[in-house]
Ligand binder design. Structure first.
Ligand code: ADP
Length: 407
């Protein structure tokens, strides 16, 4: 939606049914008014239309005409343009000059207003047709302008929010790049401390502090990546590198990556897939990121001794990947919000950004899939997401494993 398209549409809607000439003016930044659309009935008048002034300064003392309508927000209806009207307008010479150029016999000027602001105004002029505007025409024109105002306002808002999203993405990109470099230096420094002085006899204190520095920098670098991904997703500019990949292999890879952390916490890992090999079209790195996020949460929210399961199945022509845990579960009131950005359970002991699941959802949806969660408080949670299926090869034992999964 582009306000300029709306202006042009509006002008062309008015001619010829409502006017011989239709001019649309929009308020710009500062004190300027720009002519954003002109339509005229008589094609031989095009030249005259092109010669009209394109821009004028707002004035607070205009007694009649466009500038008065813009100032007051009130429409102006003139059934017949008379000499006395032209004289009255002499204080603001642009108006009578315009009326003369257009050979106006009758006119109405309606403000474009939305959310209490005047956005501009539409001038309907009757010339050659000899029509005279009355209250009925005014009502009709006001109705048209009201609808147009809403559409224009919407288009402006959409444009503004897109621009804002893009500006934020640019900022995030700069910030994250500039933060990542010094962070890399700190990470390297702490690794050197850990291996050098920290590894020598009596170096426990150094090792302990270096480990803390490393943990903190790891969290910072995850945070930066999250913010960056989120900014790109919101601006709709996260590029996917699509390829055909085995989901079974991706799940195994993600499970292997989380294994040290999970086992350190005393969790039991299980991989359960109903098919031997399921292939989907996806961005490998991004799917691993989603899986890493879901598995990371599962580890974070499952107490020692619990079970963590991940697997792939095929459902209704889609690949379905699930991550199940026997952890704390999620409150029923909280469940509908967990994919919202920045959302975290109030009692969450997590030190995340609350962006993890929002990003996971964005990534899955960018692939044309969907993600959802089921959970019973105190018993555990299951997150599953879908991806477009490209191929399946069924394992001989698949019915057995399916039975196990259903149990
Ligand atoms: P964060 O990065 O802060 O963990 P997420 O978006 O990944 O943010 O998760 C949002 C919230 O959802 C978490 O703070 C937690 O309350 C809840 N949550 C996510 N996964 C699980 C899970 N497997 N078990 C219980 N709660 C979870």
């Amino acid at each position: 939606p582009d306000p300029h398209g709306m202006y042009t549409l509006l002008a062309h809607l008015a001619v010829p049914d409502l006017a011989d000439w239709c001019l649309v003016d929009a308020l710009e930044q500062g004190n300027w008014v720009s002519r954003v659309a002109v339509a005229c009935l008589d094609p031989t008048q095009q030249e005259r239309a092109a010669a009209l002034p394109q821009r004028m300064e707002r004035r607070d003392d205009a007694p009649v005409g466009l500038l008065r309508v813009l100032r007051t927000g009130e429409p102006e209806l003139v059934p017949a343009v008379t000499d006395s009207l032209l004289r009255a307008a002499a204080a603001e010479p642009a108006h009578p000059a315009l009326l003369r150029t257009l050979q106006a016999r009758s006119y109405m000027i309606i403000p474009l207003r939305a959310r209490g602001n005047t956005l501009g105004a539409v001038t309907f002029v009757a010339s050659g047709s000899g029509r005279r505007y009355g209250p009925d025409d005014l009502a009709l024109a006001e109705d048209l302008c009201l609808r147009a105002s809403l559409a224009i306002d919407n288009a402006r808002l959409v444009g503004e929010s897109r621009r804002a999203a893009r500006a934020r993405e640019d900022l995030l990109a700069v910030v994250s790049h500039d933060l990542k470099n010094p962070l890399g230096v700190v990470q390297l420094g702490s690794a050197l401390l850990l291996r050098g002085p920290g590894a020598r006899p009596g170096g426990e204190m150094v090792a302990k502090q270096a480990t803390r520095i490393q943990d903190a920098t790891d969290r910072m670098s995850r945070l930066i990546s999250d913010l960056l991904d989120w900014g790109r997703l919101e601006a709709g500019g996260l590029p996917l590198e699509l390829g055909e990949h085995s989901m079974t292999a991706l799940v195994t890879e993600a499970m292997d990556a989380i294994r040290p952390l999970a086992e350190a916490k005393g969790l039991h890992l299980h991989t359960r897939s109903t098919e031997d090999d399921v292939r989907a079209k996806c961005d490998r790195t991004r799917v691993l990121q989603v899986l890493g996020n879901l598995l990371g949460n599962a580890v974070k929210f499952t107490p020692p001794g619990g079970d963590l399961e991940a697997g792939v199945s095929v459902l209704n022509g889609e690949v379905c990947i699930h991550v199940r845990d026997t952890g704390s579960g999620i409150d029923p009131e909280a469940l509908p919000h967990i994919f919202d950005r920045y959302w975290q359970a109030r009692d969450a002991a997590s030190r995340g950004t609350g962006l993890g699941l929002a990003i996971a959802k964005g990534l899955v949806e960018a692939h044309g899939g969907h993600i959802h969660a089921r959970s019973t408080k105190g018993e555990g949670s299951t997150f599953s997401f879908t991806l477009p299926l490209t191929g399946v090869s069924t394992a001989p034992h698949s019915s057995a494993s399916r039975a196990r999964l259903d149990a």
